[in-house]
Structure formats: C-alpha cells, structure tokens
Ligand binder design. Structure first.
Ligand code: GDP
Ligand code: MG
Length: 163
C-alpha cells in the first residue's frame, strides 16, 4: 500500500505550498486510490526514492470554541486515513491558540505526528521554534516549504517505517 501523508494545521501555515512542492512533478491529482474519499485534495508525490500520497486539508479554524467538535470534518477524516500526519505551524507567527487546540486533538489520536515549524527561511530557526516544544508533540522539525528546505529529510524520516 502506498503510504498516505496528511498535511494538517491552521490556515496560512504553508500546507498548500508544501503540497504543491511535493506533487508538482506529477500533474494528476489522485483519482483512483480505493478507500480515499474525494473531497480532500490528494496528490501523488515522488521525492527522491519516496513515493506516497499527500493530502492537503483546508485548515482547521481552531479559533472556534470546542475544537474537537468543530475541527473541519475534512481535516479529521484526513487524519484518520493517514499513515503519517505532518502538523504544520508558522515559525514566524509563533504559537497560537489554534495550534494548541489542534495539538490537543492530535495528542489524543493514535497517529504518528510530526510537528513541522514552517517559514524558517531568513530567521533564526532554533530560537523561533523553541516555543513549539510546549505543544508536547516531540521534536520540532524546521522547514521552509517555499524553498524546499527540510522537506526531504523529514519525509525520509517520517516514511521510513512505511517503506
Ligand atoms: P495554507 O493555508 O496552510 O495552505 O498556506 P499556504 O500554502 O497557502 O501559504 C500561506 C502563505 O505562506 C503564502 O503566502 C505562502 O507563500 C507563504 N509560505 C508558505 N511557505 C513558506 C515558507 O517556507 N517561507 C515563507 N517565508 N513563506 C511561506
Ligand atoms: Mg491551503
């Protein structure tokens, strides 16, 4: 089975930028992978030796009350069907209430979650990402999806158990 990687996070953290980078050498959106619902955006990704399905989600509006009830249904379904979840946050904007709400949900899920601090280009990444360790999701992986920095190394690590 081709592993499935879901991109999750509040709006504007860079999910679609990463999706486009991972899929741009493959023009076709995935249309016929059995068991995958069509209402989320799927792409076939090939990165070095890695081949996987990547799922872009519209983003979760964590500013609403009752995050567990109100998380976008698509994002919840994407998490459920994924082998690996990349939870993206914005290293420039810093930690937000929405990030904390999403993290709370992910800590309760049984999915393997990788916490990705995006937009670390042109800033001091180490100091920018330190506050995200407070989300208690383990290591914070630095990335600049717009430039490709940190993308291959993270996907290699995340997908290693699924190859
Ligand atoms: P989404 O809402 O999570 O899908 O976020 P988008 O992919 O639409 O990106 C939101 C904004 O962040 C856009 O203006 C992107 O160009 C910008 N962005 C995404 N990745 C990076 C990055 O690595 N560095 C910087 N500086 N900006 C980025
Ligand atoms: Mg998007």
């Amino acid at each position: 089975m081709t592993p499935v990687v879901a991109l999750v996070g509040r709006p504007n953290v860079g999910k679609s930028t990463l999706f486009n980078r991972l899929t741009r050498t493959r023009d076709a959106l995935v249309a016929d992978f059995p068991g995958l619902t069509r209402d989320r955006k799927y792409g076939q990704a090939k990165l070095g030796e890695l081949e996987f399905i990547v799922v872009d989600t519209g983003g979760i509006d964590g500013t609403e009350e009752g995050i567990e009830l109100k998380m976008a249904e698509q994002s919840l379904l994407a998490i459920e069907e994924a082998d690996v979840v990349l939870f993206m946050v914005d290293a420039r904007a810093g930690l937000t209430a929405a990030d904390q709400a999403i993290a709370e949900h992910l800590r309760k899920s049984h999915k393997k979650v990788f916490l990705v601090a995006n937009k670390t280009d042109g800033i001091d990444g180490d100091s920018a990402v330190s506050e995200f360790y407070g989300l208690a999701l383990g290591e914070v992986f630095q990335m600049a999806a717009a430039h490709g920095r940190g993308v291959l190394s993270l996907l290699e690590l995340a997908l290693a158990p699924h190859l």
